[in-house]
Design a protein around this ligand. Structure first.
Ligand code: SF4
Length: 291
């Protein structure tokens, strides 16, 4: 795949100006979740809705470009891409890894720095640009896969660092290289401060990972919506059972505390723990009414 956006495939619906999205966009939504002030939806793909108006906004556009799985975001005339855009600090030890993969439909993956070995939650593309800073940060001790869809280059990262790989047995077919299989529906402490909570629904083997009761990695089971300003679950992208997802998200609220929701798809958010719990309970109520 071309590593730069294709000016000859610029979509006409982009706002007038140097930045554009080309027509190879797969409409994964990652740029819109990450940089909602610049990128918008044109029905079947993303476009530049507002041209960056200064160096800070240009930097934000570059973050979206580096995250895009199809390398559809670019600038004409070209200018040098800033170095080391990722890992991008989100909060404390949590970093967005960018470099999303078309194999996981542009799902966001994360790095969590831990004194007893760093965690990678779901996996980005393995690129030299990303591997260099990860090497410098001490690599990855464990790869936590939230579900079968967001495996991407996990086997290559695991091999690079000799990392353990966790996935639920119900989704294990997507990760035959996994070293550790989660089972059943009970929460499991898998490392100091790290709890795996099975949340079947989006897929049968979906799992949320809680770190230190603060950061909750939710895969495609739970996310924030910029439009609704609330927690959401994806009814139209529920591959296993909406009834099960309703039930398991209800259990999630009693299993762990959290402040951050860090999804694969959809937006991330930080809430006060009490508000996070209240919003999750309200979401489950809404889901029950449509089950
Ligand atoms: S990140 Fe790339 S593929 Fe995904 S919606 Fe944006 S431009 Fe399209």
């Amino acid at each position: 795949m071309e590593d730069v956006a294709r000016i000859d495939q610029r979509d006409d619906r982009n706002a007038e100006g140097p930045w554009f999205v080309d027509t190879r966009c797969i409409d994964c939504g990652t740029c819109r979740e990450l940089v909602p002030e610049l990128f918008g939806h044109a029905g079947d793909q993303s476009v530049v809705a507002v041209q960056p108006g200064g160096p800070e906004a240009e930097h934000r556009a570059w973050l979206a470009a580096e995250a895009c799985p199809t390398r559809s975001i670019g600038r004409s005339p070209r200018t040098p891409r800033p170095a080391e855009l990722y890992p991008l600090e989100v909060d404390g030890p949590v970093f967005d890894l960018g470099h999303t993969s078309e194999a996981s439909f542009g799902a966001t993956s994360y790095l969590v720095l831990r004194p007893d070995g760093n965690l990678m939650v779901d996996a980005p593309r393995l690129t030299r640009t990303l591997a260099r800073p990860l090497d410098a940060l001490g690599g990855v001790a464990q790869v936590l896969l939230t579900h079968r869809d967001d495996v991407a280059d996990a086997p290559r990262w695991a091999e690079r660092y000799g990392a353990r790989v966790w996935i639920h047995e119900a989704d294990a077919v997507a990760a035959p290289f996994a070293t550790d299989l989660l089972q059943g529906e009970e929460p499991v402490l898998i490392a100091r401060g790290v709890v795996a909570v099975p949340v079947p629904g989006h897929t049968k083997g979906s799992v949320a990972f809680s770190v230190d009761g603060t950061w909750l990695f939710t895969g495609d089971s739970l996310a924030w919506s910029h439009d609704r300003q609330d927690l959401i679950a994806f009814r139209d992208a529920c591959w296993y059972s909406w009834t099960e997802q309703t039930r398991s998200l209800g259990r999630l609220g009693t299993a762990v505390n959290f402040s951050w929701v860090l999804p694969g798809h959809g937006a991330r958010v930080r809430l006060e723990p009490e508000a996070a719990h209240r919003r999750l309970v309200a979401l489950v109520e809404r889901m029950r009414s449509t089950a």
